[in-house]
Each structure stands twice: as structure tokens, then as C-alpha cells.
Design a protein around this ligand. Structure first.
Ligand SMILES: [Zn+2]
Length: 131
């Protein structure tokens, strides 16, 4: 489940994100609605890239390697780890300087992805040349 970063509020789990994880009480839904509005403003290319990058169902090598469409699952940038969405968004050392520009940190924890706007994820996706 390394690729599943679908807890990003804009991608299908908004209802769960509206509830506090421990108390179950409703939280302010404004950030979720903002993310939803932003996502709905994306064109098809942007939607596909952001959704694919967050879920791992994308042109990432690990995803293409599983059905035999790619010889190696290793990252095309660093060749040190499998190219997954977590690796690209959080860990890849070859993308650290681009990650510093978008979203502003050299390395991230997967939990940090929840707080990053979809526009920033789109911009990061564009500068990496992955879409
Ligand atoms: Zn890498």
C-alpha cells in the first residue's frame, strides 16, 4: 500500500476527513471544500496527473513494472528505490531541490502530503516532467 496516498482530502475521502479521527466529531469542512473546488477547476491533464501521482496509478515505474510494461521498477531519477508516489513526492534525493521549490521542503513524510495544496502537487508534477 506504499502508493496509496489517497488520504489527500480532495480525492475521494473527503467525508472521512470531515470527521475528527479520534472523536468522530465533525471538523471545519472549509479546507476540504477548497480542495474540492480546486480539483474541479483542473483540466483533464491536471486531474489525471494529480490523481495518478497521489494514488500511484500513474506512469510511475513501479506501477508499469507490475504488469510487465517496464523492465525495472527503480526510480528513473536516482535508481536507488522503487519509483512510487511516496518516493517521488517525499523521498527521492534527485528531486529534493525541486521538492524544495514545490512544496517547500527537501524531504516530506507521507502524512505531510495531506496538508499540501493540489495546485502545489500539480506544479511539482510539472517541474519533475512526470505528466
Ligand atoms: Zn528517486
Amino acid at each position: 500500500m506504499k502508493d496509496l496516498l489517497v488520504n489527500q482530502p480532495a480525492l475521494g475521502t473527503m467525508a472521512r476527513s470531515w470527521r475528527h479521527p479520534k472523536t468522530g466529531s465533525r471538523t471545519n469542512s472549509e479546507p476540504c471544500l477548497g480542495a474540492r473546488a480546486r480539483f474541479l477547476s483542473f483540466n483533464r491533464t491536471q486531474s489525471r496527473a494529480v490523481t495518478g501521482l497521489l494514488t500511484g496509478h500513474y506512469t510511475l515505474r513501479r506501477h508499469l513494472h507490475l504488469p510487465g510494461l517496464m523492465d525495472s521498477p527503480l526510480c528513473r531519477r536516482c535508481r536507488a528505490e522503487e519509483e512510487t508516489s511516496t518516493h517521488i513526492l517525499c523521498e527521492c534525493e534527485a528531486l529534493a531541490s525541486l521538492r524544495h521549490a514545490y512544496p517547500g521542503s527537501f524531504f516530506l513524510e507521507p502524512e505531510d502530503i495531506k496538508s499540501i495544496s493540489l495546485g502545489v502537487i500539480w506544479n511539482f508534477s510539472k517541474v519533475t516532467g512526470l505528466p
